[in-house]
Design a protein around this ligand. Structure first.
Ligand code: MLT
Length: 270
């Protein structure tokens, strides 16, 4: 785990947000997926901090950050990250790296704060929004988690997160994630679930993204399929596409060596 002394909090728009802030150099912000926390990036924090300042928040409702009820939109989460950057790294251009829900937040950050972006890294995420059926299932899930806690979500999500081989060969990675989901506040899960259900479709806007972009996906990703991500990379003018072999949705955790090599190579060219 990341040493606790790397973690501190800042209050942004009335909510306390926790973040890991390690290293110095160009800023790389790393935003976790749903319903996780900063620790999913531990292997990247270690690998990047020698050359970069790595800022890794727990989003509102997750990890050690404060929680709000109702609906937390992807735009709200992007505003939180912008507020956090105002507080800890004002005037810095950043590379914004987001996985899955973190990618939905990355699109919103680009939409509102493109002038602050040096580059984007879109990991195992989707530009499309939810179909009506998916959105309805999320709202149902939100009600269920509020009633019963995160346990049912763990059972629902775990089979989709990892490649079979990871489950067999690295059960400790899978267990670590299971523990994170189990300890996440039910209100935070419900609020972000509702927010994802109402996120906008970004497909038509991909061609407008003017910064360098790396699109990284696990070859066996069951949530954001590699072919869909390849198509995303094809329409973003300055995008490159990287497929991580034998990995599922959690490519930074499942294949950290390969993932870090690709990311460091991209960062080194900026
Ligand atoms: C995630 O990993 O953040 C979620 O799978 C995203 C989603 O449910 O769409």
């Amino acid at each position: 785990m990341t040493p606790a002394d790397d973690i501190y909090t800042r209050t942004v728009d009335g909510i306390e947000l926790a973040l890991v802030d390690r290293g110095s150099g160009p800023v790389v912000v790393m935003i976790h997926g749903f319903p996780l926390d900063h620790s999913m990036w531990n292997a990247q924090i270690d690998a990047l901090a020698a050359k970069y300042r790595v800022i890794v928040p727990d989003l509102r409702g997750f990890g050690r950050s404060g929680v709000t009820d109702a609906t937390v939109t992807m735009e709200r989460l992007a505003d939180d990250v912008a507020g956090l950057l105002d507080a800890v790294a004002p005037d810095e251009l950043v590379t914004f790296c987001g996985l899955s829900m973190g990618g939905y937040v990355a699109f919103q950050f680009w939409r509102k704060y493109a002038a602050r972006l040096k580059a984007l890294v879109l990991c195992d995420t989707r530009a499309k929004n939810d179909t009506p059926e998916m959105a309805a299932a999320r709202l149902e899930m939100a009600d269920r988690v509020l009633r019963d806690g995160p346990a049912p979500l763990v059972e629902m999500m775990m089979p989709k997160l990892f490649a079979e081989r990871t489950v067999k060969e690295h059960p400790e990675v899978v267990d670590a994630l299971r523990q994170v989901i189990r300890s996440t506040d039910r209100r935070g899960i419900a609020a972000a679930g509702r927010g994802m259900a109402q996120r906008e479709d970004m497909t038509e806007r991909l061609g407008e993204i003017a910064c360098p972009v790396q699109v990284i996906v696990g070859q066996l990703d069951a949530i954001s399929p590699a072919e869909e991500m390849r198509a995303v990379a094809e329409v973003i003018p300055q995008a490159e596409f990287v497929e991580i072999a034998d990995s599922g949705h959690m490519s930074p955790m499942e294949k950290p060596t390969e993932f870090n090599a690709a990311l460091l190579e991209f960062l080194g060219r900026l």
